[in-house]
Design a protein around this ligand. Sequence first.
Ligand code: PMP
Length: 452
Amino acid sequence: MTAAVTEAPPRPSRVLHRSSRAVPPRAIGGHGIWLVEEGGREVIDASGGAAVSCLGHQHPRIVAAIQRQAGQLCYAHTGFFTNAPAEDLAEELVGAEPGGLAQAYFVAGGSEAVEAAIKLARQYAIETGQPARTRFIARRQSYHGNTLGALSAGGNAARKAPYAPLLSPAFSHVSPAFAYHGQHPGEDEAAYVARLADELEAEFQRLGPGNVAAFIAEPVVGATAGCVPAPAGYFRAVRAICDRHGALLILDEVMSGMGRTGTLHAWQQEGIAPDIQAIAKGLGGGYQPIGAVLVAGRVVEAIARGSGAFQHGHTYLSHALACAAALEVQRVIREEGLLENVVAMGERLQRRLAERFGNHHHVGDIRGRGLFRAIELVEDRAGRRPFDPALTLHARIKQEAFARGLACYPGGGTLDGVRGDHVLLAPPYIVAPEEIDLIVERLGEAVDAALA
Ligand code: PMP
């Protein structure tokens, strides 16, 4: 698969890159799960970027849909017009879906979707005569985006610290549902869930239940902790507490949604439905920047009965070209039955990871759902302590993997936002069995090299 590599001479860059020390290689093309670097080297996109590229690269149906739409209409401001791709995409997303989600609001990415979700919850409170509901409860070890409001909602200490105090007064944080670290020895799952529910209830009481607009959580925690699903019954308990106190439930499925965990929405595996849901990444599959907020009927109706206008607008709302790309992505997933492949390949990935790392002294946990899987690195399996006091293990794995033609998504701060390392894998839904095996083989070599 790998083409000959030619050395590219270093070039100056005027792009402000993530690292001011090194300009990354240029990606010049892609096909399927592979990305092509300038010079010809091919790299497996084993995390779809950051769980974005769900159909892989240069999928012919999506490219054709973009070309068709680009020839017809790219953009018409929503102050004047709606457009067919936006209307059809909304129909595709909430027309036949369970759970009472009634309308979709299209923005340009995940952080914008979370901002809109937060503001919708505030507006719902106001429209229903509950202006005191200004507070939000979120969880530690969560990531909700990089804009100031979304970053304030997130609970990852290290990511927030440089920008303190953010919008902190509106957000407080309870424990994540993270059994590997949070469940006490000897405590069964039901007791663990009950303890988390008690903590959430106590937080509502501390804030005053009538002051809370919403609870926000990722159904499967992504980048901050590495594909952590909640224990059974946790989200039913959360839903019950929100309902008891008249607060909304916002689910952030920006990373875990749109089929990534094997069902279209991760919450469908929890026996509950949210009032407001943020999606992005897999919505457009990376073909266009797009995010969305899916809104339950009761929120839509409250606004319609009240002021009649959602006071939140962005320039690129319902962008026609972005919506056309996302619509085709979602149709391909549905028409080609790709969620079945997500489940089958997800099981294979879990099995292969277990074979390769199941007895590895420094791999403590192998977890996730669908094609959203992670390994957690530890000092020793019994103690579950973070591996590396210098906090560089995940970065070394990333480097070793990339040198072997594998782009994966290692993260630090797994344990508490500061300490701990994991590697997240989120390959495209079209991944083939032998590609799963190759991903695990290369990751195995990279982990061993990083630990050597
Ligand atoms: N929420 C979650 C759960 C995410 O994983 C991310 C991105 N990693 C965001 C929100 C923010 O999305 P974006 O980067 O598109 O703004």
